[in-house]
Design a protein around this ligand. Structure first.
Ligand code: UTP
Length: 294
C-alpha cells in the first residue's frame, strides 16, 4: 500500500511571459487579465486552485503585471460605490472572488528566461514542500477541476511528480513537452521519460503535457543549475526529466475541457464555449452564432 504523501497546499502561477502572440492587446494589459466572458483568465486559475484546497497562491510576475495584484485586492472606492447604489449582487461577487488575507504572494522574474526559471523564482515562497504549478493560459473546465483530479491521483500513487497530459496530433509535438508512457492505471500513466518540444519523428508518444503540474521541492535543485534547453530557455521539463528515477512520476489525462487562451483561436473558443454555458448569455449568443455567414 502507498503511504499518504505530504499535502499540496501551495500553487505557483507563472505569469511573467510577454504574451507576444496577443499583441497589441498585451502591450499595456497582461494576457492573464483578458476576459473570458466576464472574468479574467487568471481568476479561473485561482478558482480552480481554491477548489482543489490550495491555501497559498504565489504569482511570479514581470514588468507591467501589477494589475494582477490589484485584481486580487480590495477596490475600496468601487466597493463602497456598489454598496451605495444597491448593486449588492455585484459587490458580493467581487468579495467572494478575493482569496483570504495573507494567502497571496508576488515575486518578480526579472527576465523571462523560461518557465523553469519562473518556477525557480518562487523557491523561497514554496520552501520545502510539494506544490502545484498552474499556467493560467490553459483554461481547464470540468467538475471536479483539473487540479483536484491531479491531487486525487497524487494521493493514490503516493506523491512525486504529476503532470496533466492530453493526446495531440503527432504534427503538434513541437509545441509541447511529451511523455514516454509506461503502465496505465485508469486515467493515470507512469512516466518513463519526458522531452521538451520534440520533432514529430522523435516524439516518444503523442501524450503532450498541458499547463498543470504537481512538483516536489527537489525540483529547485535541478532548476538552480540554470541549464538552457529548447529555445535556449530554462525549461521546467528538463528539470523534471532529471528527477526521473528519484521521484515517482505520473501523468494524468483529466476529464476537463481545455482552452488554450494564450492563442487567439483558443481564446475565442473559450469565450464562445463558456458563454454558451451561461444561462444569462447563451440564448442571445446562440442567435448571433446562428446568424453569422457560413
Ligand atoms: P508562453 O510559452 O505562452 O510564453 O509561456 P508567453 O511569453 O507567455 O506568450 P507568447 O508565446 O509570447 O505569446 C507559458 C507560461 O509560462 C510563463 C508565461 O507567463 C505563461 O504562463 N512564463 C514563460 C514565465 O512566467 N516566464 C518565462 O520566462 C516564460
Amino acid at each position: 500500500m502507498t503511504s499518504t504523501p505530504r499535502p499540496v497546499r501551495k500553487a505557483v502561477f507563472p505569469v511573467a511571459g510577454l504574451g507576444t502572440r496577443f499583441l497589441p492587446a498585451t502591450k499595456a494589459i497582461p494576457k492573464e487579465m483578458l476576459p473570458v466572458v466576464d472574468k479574467p483568465v487568471i481568476q479561473y486559475a485561482v478558482e480552480e486552485a481554491r477548489e482543489a484546497g490550495i491555501e497559498q497562491f504565489i504569482f511570479v510576475t514581470g514588468r507591467g503585471k501589477h494589475v494582477i495584484s490589484d485584481h486580487f485586492d480590495h477596490a475600496y472606492e468601487l466597493e463602497s460605490q456598489l454598496e451605495g447604489s444597491g448593486k449588492l449582487k455585484a459587490l458580493a461577487g467581487l468579495l467572494e472572488s478575493l482569496p483570504p488575507n495573507g494567502s497571496v504572494s508576488f515575486t518578480r522574474q526579472q527576465r523571462p528566461l523560461g518557465l523553469g526559471h519562473a518556477v525557480w523564482c518562487a523557491r523561497h515562497f514554496v520552501s520545502d514542500e510539494p506544490f502545484a504549478v498552474i499556467l493560467p493560459d490553459d483554461l481547464m473546465v470540468g467538475t471536479p477541476g483539473a487540479l483536484s483530479q491531479m491531487i486525487k491521483a497524487y494521493n493514490e500513487v503516493g506523491g512525486g511528480i504529476i503532470v496533466a497530459v492530453e493526446e495531440k496530433p503527432r504534427e503538434e509535438t513541437r509545441r509541447y513537452g511529451v511523455v514516454d508512457p509506461g503502465k496505465w492505471h485508469g486515467n493515470t500513466v507512469e512516466v518513463k521519460g519526458i522531452v521538451e518540444k520534440p520533432a514529430p519523428e522523435n516524439a516518444p508518444s503523442t501524450l503532450c503535457v498541458i499547463g498543470r503540474y504537481i512538483l516536489p521541492p527537489s525540483i529547485f535543485a535541478q532548476l538552480e543549475r540554470m541549464e538552457r534547453g529548447a529555445g535556449n530557455e530554462i525549461q521546467l521539463t528538463d528539470g523534471m526529466a532529471k528527477l526521473l528515477g528519484h521521484e515517482p512520476f505520473h501523468a494524468v489525462k483529466t476529464e476537463c475541457a481545455r482552452y488554450d487562451c494564450g492563442d487567439k483561436v483558443g481564446f475565442l473558443h473559450a469565450n464562445i464555449a463558456l458563454g454558451l454555458q451561461r444561462p444569462d448569455i447563451a440564448p442571445a449568443l446562440r442567435k448571433i452564432l446562428a446568424s453569422l455567414p457560413k
